[in-house]
Design a binder for this molecule. Structure first.
Ligand SMILES: [Ca+2]
Ligand SMILES: [Ca+2]
Ligand SMILES: [Ca+2]
Length: 231
């Protein structure tokens, strides 16, 4: 797209009301976290990064398939068709909420990294419904293993199973791995701040996913400079 750099700069503040969809996402995560996690440590999550990265890259084909006008972004109509094709049903309101949730820089088009977040959220939200095949809800078995890893990683971090990762949970997770090295607290803080997009002291699954796509190194457009919002 390009040209709307200034608009995308400011992160959303806590004034954004929580949508029904976000409430559902937290509920779904609570349910999932209560089932426990097969992750043993924060390091075991990091060790999966290369595999996740590879799998994300394979998503690119799917992205391009649904980006019908090939403008490098998925708009709401294209997203609807995408769900239709995957035989995933959402209400009109859910579709709006999902789109808004994932179109983080509000330019009315989902870029590749945002699309990955979308698919991961869909995976989580449809987790409790038996309407689709158990093994392959979205018809993309390889990808689903990756989404499952992401859900699993979050469930590992969410020690008290409330659907959010707090700062202290993050510290706890990192300390378990590093057995109290001095730098580990700082690493935990840094990771946490990278995740807590709206700076409300809690990280939900969506924030976690956005951070994750950055950590494994997904770039939307290698030729486009966006300032990356490091600050
Ligand atoms: Ca498009
Ligand atoms: Ca928690
Ligand atoms: Ca937050």
């Amino acid at each position: 797209m390009g040209g709307v750099v200034g608009k995308g700069e400011s992160p959303k503040k806590a004034s954004i009301p929580e949508t029904k969809l976000e409430a559902k996402m937290v509920e779904a995560m609570q349910r999932r976290a209560s089932q426990g996690s097969s992750m043993k440590s924060f390091n075991s999550i990091i060790l999966k990064f290369p595999k996740i990265d590879e799998s994300f890259r394979n998503c690119k084909d799917i992205f391009e398939q649904f980006d019908e006008d090939s403008n490098g972004a998925i708009d709401q109509e294209e997203m609807k068709k995408c769900f239709h094709k995957m035989e995933i049903s959402f209400t009109e309101e859910e579709i709006n909420d999902l789109f808004q949730a994932c179109d983080i820089n509000e330019d009315m088009g989902m870029k590749f990294s945002e699309f990955i977040v979308l698919l991961s959220l869909v995976y989580l939200l449809k987790d409790d419904q038996n309407t689709l095949h158990v093994k392959s809800r979205m018809g993309m078995p390889n990808l689903e293993a990756t989404f499952e890893t992401l859900v699993n990683a979050f469930a590992f971090l969410d020690k008290n199973k409330d659907g959010y990762v707090s700062k202290s949970e993050m510290v706890e997770a990192i300390n378990e791995t590093t057995s109290g090295e001095r730098s580990s607290g700082r690493i935990a803080m840094k990771r946490f701040e990278e995740m807590d997009w709206d700076k409300n002291g809690m990280v939900n699954f969506k924030e976690f996913l956005f951070a994750f796509t950055r950590w494994v190194g997904i770039d939307d457009n290698e030729d486009e400079e966006e300032g990356e919002g490091k600050a």
